[in-house]
Design a protein around this ligand. Sequence first.
Ligand code: UGA
Length: 484
Amino acid sequence: MNDNTGSDKPRIAVLGLGHVGLPTALGFVEMGWEVIGADDDASKIAMIQSGQSPFYEPGLDDLLARGLTSGRLKLAHSVEGAVREATILFVCVGTPQKDSGEADLSQVEAIVRVVARNLNGYKLIVEKSTVPAITARWIKKTVARCAKPDDKGKLPAEFDVASNPEFLQEGRAIENIFHPDRVVVGVETGRARELLEQLYQPLGCPILVTNICTAEITKHAANAFLSTKISFINMVADMCEAVGADVSQVALGMGLDPRIGTQFLSAGIGFGGYCFPKDLRAFMYLGYEHGVDCGLLREVENINLRRIERFVKKLREAVWVLQGKQMAVLGLAFKGGTDDIRESPALCIVKTLLGEGARLRVHDPQAMTASQHEMPAQAGRLEYCSSAYEAANGAQALLVLTPWQEYRELDWARLHELMEVPVIVDGRNLLDPNVVRAAGFEYVDMGRSHAMEPDLGEPKLGFILGEIRTVEGREQPPSCSLEP
Ligand code: UGA
């Protein structure tokens, strides 16, 4: 297939080089495609061009270095140029939310108008950013309106719109791009289908071809379902705490049923990030607009919002007065493996505690720069520390707010010595209670209370598998590999 550039393969443009766009662009380059990455932020383009990723994502710097030396990656801050040179246009701009919860699609519309004005040959416009259902209809209408038809009403060139939602997770983006569980493409012409299948077939994963609206809804439904799983387990965590059960074991016991699955059942301070909270609200807004009852999702959101007060209540119960208390905070990012602090529950807790007059010494392996930008240091109130040990020095409690694996491996004896009062409140159930208790800490977590654990004695012929304990004579669970 030829595009207007004369190349024998259609050229790809990725419009918007954020957390979705940049890994997507580099992924296609790695797969052998010629890609033009465009973003109207000239400083971001300069940074990428110099081999530096504008955000932290494991493996991205290496992929960028390879992309730059391959000769197949071109960077531009002119979206116009990228549109004119390419055939397949991935729209990866931000879709932030308005106060109402509705998605703000102004960046999408702006891109679409540029496409319309530069329709110099066939274009396949692919929605990659998460957009509400029926966005494709507006894209088509906008291109048709703005592309200046001739006297006979004919557009300068043909175009198609498709939806190809992204399911990548920050912190695992590269793995997700090359080994997706599935690819969903929503199309309405054979030409669009063929082009997208040509791109994704080499990945060897299932490709689900649907109509456009179905693909759009699939993305919203997937994120809403995963958010629901998290709020569900957080509700169960409260129940476990009330009766003296252990939510990690409950999650495992449930999750070993393949109909449920063990993933996304980690209880804690709730979900954050740029996607789940925003997409949940946008999905509810869509329901509201179309008269669909989304009460279930409202409760998912409410449970999530209450996790912050739940954590602060626990903290109060553990340390009593917050005013003036010096505490160490481990973790600021919305999850481990990223420097992203958008809608981070950790940051929300930090702000709440500062409001209560606590004195915080905080640390995060990657998110310190972004956090300092959002919440500048305040002498004696909020101090950024270069290590967990520095943060813990003199602290009267240590709070774990982001599940960074490296925090699991801290030297607890050293921390015990450094802290004034050895109390840990673990908002992510990250630490091994036995390890930290053995090091002399008072330890509080989110629903793994061992207070009422019956004394089963040492397992005899039984075994301990992850967190499952079986004793002689009882049926043993199937062996399985457990997620960290
Ligand atoms: C999420 C989805 O997982 C991706 O499939 C999707 O492509 C992406 O949104 C998107 O729409 O762009 P991401 O926001 O990177 O990816 O992060 P997740 O790994 O899904 O975690 C979201 C939040 O849930 C984090 O705050 C995390 O700590 C929390 N979480 C996750 C839990 O509290 N418990 C869990 O068991 C899992």
